[in-house]
Design a protein around this ligand. Structure first.
Ligand SMILES: *[C@@H]1O[C@H](CO)[C@@H](O)[C@H](O)[C@H]1NC(C)=O
Ligand SMILES: *[C@@H]1O[C@H](CO)[C@@H](O)[C@H](O)[C@H]1NC(C)=O
Ligand SMILES: *[C@@H]1O[C@H](CO)[C@@H](O)[C@H](O)[C@H]1NC(C)=O
Ligand SMILES: *[C@@H]1O[C@H](CO)[C@@H](O)[C@H](O)[C@H]1NC(C)=O
Length: 612
């Protein structure tokens, strides 16, 4: 006999899990991805593969992407006239060859509009939308088919013959791209660049048959043991989709322990500079913010001498780091960074003795140097936000005795970091004065121009701005229920006169904990039209999963506080998760932390799903 108590208990369990799953699937931020705009009809021209391959792989096909005149040109000749940089898109589980469209189309447009001396030829594979994530047997034959396609693609070229093909893999397609190298006849020089989108590199999402597990362990073991032999020329970029990708969790997309960290990048689309969006599993292929920067990265890895992908791995990694990890706030990758900047004598030198100040104008009519003295009372650091469209926008210098201003200064702009909103090219910099004991002034360079300019500076003392906060534990939450989950606890009142706060969050030690931070504006004296707004970000020191949230000046800012990595590694784990807050110095705010028990349940059911 089953006791009624037990039945009741089970019902509660099932209830929690169902509720948690529902929450997990519904309670994430809305889709903030923009769509790419199509100018012409996308066309897919099938490439003949020969009798042998047709018999061996009757359901698989290879296409080349075209649109407009370019498509007409591709169709008109018996032999496809290609002379660009070959890129092959590999779709994922049940994916379509048509998913290559967004990337192919923006690349086509850019090559045409900007009159580059090269262009890309996008090829795409049709796996007949097979369920490769479910049946492992298909993975091997798909990998072998991709190998045939790579050989076929390279054989099409007559002029400017490429030696390699760039692979872009969505989901399981990324696994297949890496799997190519395990084929005994595969010439590893055929591929030196792989970009994967939402690919579960660490482990299959579900493993229904043994063949998937076998495929994974063969590929990953190969990658672990060949990083400085057959793979030493291969660079890989892997992006996960963050909160919205409920199929492939971010953690699975990491290449940690699989690929050489000097040759690979693993990140989340939520952390990628100038994207900062969570992409659900399918959106990973069309999300405009990601498509644009992936495209830019692909243009930037082309060697102008060969008009093909550069064979220098360091150059490729620099490009990928700029676009996917840390962008100092420049639209183009700078060819070089100047150490010393000449300061013109005619330009007004404005000394800012106030601890916080801002310069906000619709249009700037003349250049300025805003000089911040480094000897203000009770100050040991400086933070600035600027949207001035200059590569060298901030520098540091020493005023000589008997002089009133600096003649030259040392650029610090390389240490800047781009921040939201999308395409605003606002950048931020923190300067710790103890790193520059010789210097006397920080100089912000503002140039005349037709665009709206917003520059803010804040000289501060770290002791007052680096704070620590212990997140409420489950008993704390229960004690103050229901306020803890409705209104939340008020953590900080942020008075006007500061630009930045850093809150070390203690107690966020498990993925089960979930909170929401709310930044509530209280009182503002500034002109809303001249200011972008506020930003909060969650920095996770042990994993590439920082999350950013942006809100306009009078809007409430919201940010989920939760971890995406199941286990934080034991090493280098003495640093805490940080909540970084950048606000407008003319406003005051209330920071609240609200416990999210439903999100916690969502996190629990994730573990259940993973465990089963
Ligand atoms: C490859 O890397 C390992 C360590 O990762 C090193 O011990 C070995 O000497 C390297 N081999 C070559 C050929 O550089
Ligand atoms: C944050 O959430 C509140 C409701 O809780 C909403 O009114 C506000 O618009 C949100 N802010 C942003 C920037 O989405
Ligand atoms: C973390 O540990 C390292 C050495 O183990 C130490 O150098 C560092 O200061 C520690 N960081 C913090 C924030 O305690
Ligand atoms: C801060 O607010 C007070 C009172 O509203 C005001 O007098 C002061 O000028 C403000 N400070 C700044 C930097 O805006």
């Amino acid at each position: 006999m089953v006791s009624p108590g037990k039945i009741g208990y089970c019902l509660v369990c099932v209830g929690i899990i169902v509720y948690g799953i529902w929450d997990y699937l519904s309670n994430f931020e809305q889709n903030k991805c923009l769509m790419t705009y199509m100018f012409e009809m996308p066309e897919y021209i099938q490439l003949p593969l020969g009798k042998r391959l047709k018999e061996k792989y009757p359901r698989y096909r290879l296409f080349i992407y075209g649109e407009g005149q370019y498509a007409r040109k591709l169709e008109s000749k018996r032999k496809v006239p290609v002379n660009g940089v070959p890129v092959l898109f590999i779709p994922g589980n049940a994916g379509s060859y048509r998913q290559a469209r967004s990337l192919a189309s923006v690349a086509h447009r850019r090559a045409n509009d900007k009159r580059f001396s090269f262009h890309f030829n996008y090829f795409t594979i049709d796996f007949n939308e097979e369920l490769s994530a479910l049946y492992g047997g298909m993975l091997q034959s798909q990998t072998e088919f991709v190998h045939e396609c790579v050989k076929k693609i390279l054989s099409l070229y007559e002029y400017n013959k490429p030696t390699s093909v760039v692979l872009v893999g969505h989901s399981m397609g990324g696994m297949i791209a890496r799997g190519l190298f395990t084929l005994p006849e595969f010439d590893q020089n055929y591929v030196n660049t792989i970009i994967t989108q939402a690919t579960p590199h660490q482990a299959p999402v579900i493993s229904l048959d043994r063949m998937i597990a076998t495929y994974y362990s063969r590929v990953n073991n190969y990658w672990r043991t060949h990083s400085n032999t057959t793979l030493k020329h291969v660079t890989v970029v892997s992006t996960g989709g963050g909160y919205r990708d409920v199929l492939v969790r971010n953690e699975l997309t990491s290449l940690r322990g699989i690929a050489d960290p000097d040759l690979s990048i693993s990140t989340s689309t939520m952390s990628v500079p100038n994207a900062w969006v969570s992409t659900d599993h399918l959106c990973a292929v069309w999300c405009k913010q990601m498509v644009m920067l992936t495209k830019r990265a692909m243009f930037d890895i082309i060697d102008p001498a060969t008009l093909q992908v550069t064979i220098n791995t360091d150059e490729r990694m620099n490009v990928f780091k700029h676009h996917f990890l840390s962008n100092p706030g420049t639209k183009k990758i700078p060819e070089y960074w100047r150490d010393e900047i000449l300061l013109y004598e005619e330009t007004p030198w404005v000394v800012k003795k106030e601890k916080t100040w801002e310069f906000a104008k619709k249009r700037v009519l003349e250049d300025y140097y805003y000089a911040v003295p480094m000897d203000l009372e009770d100050v040991n650091s400086f933070v600035a936000i600027s949207n001035v469209d200059l590569q060298d926008w901030i520098c540091i210098c020493k005023i000589e005795r008997n002089e009133e201003r600096c003649k030259t200064c040392n650029s610090l702009s390389q240490k800047g970091k781009i921040i939201p909103p999308f395409d605003s090219y606002r950048k931020i910099i923190h300067i710790d004065y103890k790193d520059y004991p010789e210097m006397t002034h920080v100089v912000l360079i503002i140039t005349a121009g037709p665009n709206q300019v917003e520059v803010m500076g804040d000289s501060y003392n770290k002791d007052y701005r680096h704070l620590s906060y212990k997140l409420p534990s489950v008993p704390d939450i229960l004690m103050t229920y229901p306020e803890s989950v409705t209104k939340g606890v008020s953590v900080l009142t942020l008075y006007n006169g500061s630009l930045f706060y850093n809150l070390q969050l203690k107690g966020l030690d498990s993925v089960l904990r979930a909170y929401t931070a709310k930044l509530v504006p209280k009182h503002c004296t500034s002109d809303k039209d001249l200011h972008e707004g506020n930003m909060i970000s969650l920095h996770v020191p042990w994993s590439q999963e920082d999350v950013y949230s942006f809100s306009r000046l009078n809007e409430i800012g919201n940010l989920s506080i939760k971890l995406q990595s199941l286990a934080s590694p034991m090493e280098d784990n003495n640093e805490s998760v940080e909540l970084r807050i950048y606000i407008d110095p003319t406003c005051s705010y209330q920071l609240k932390i609200i416990a999210s028990p439903t999100e916690s349940l969502g996190q629990v059911s994730v573990i259940c799903i993973i465990a089963t």
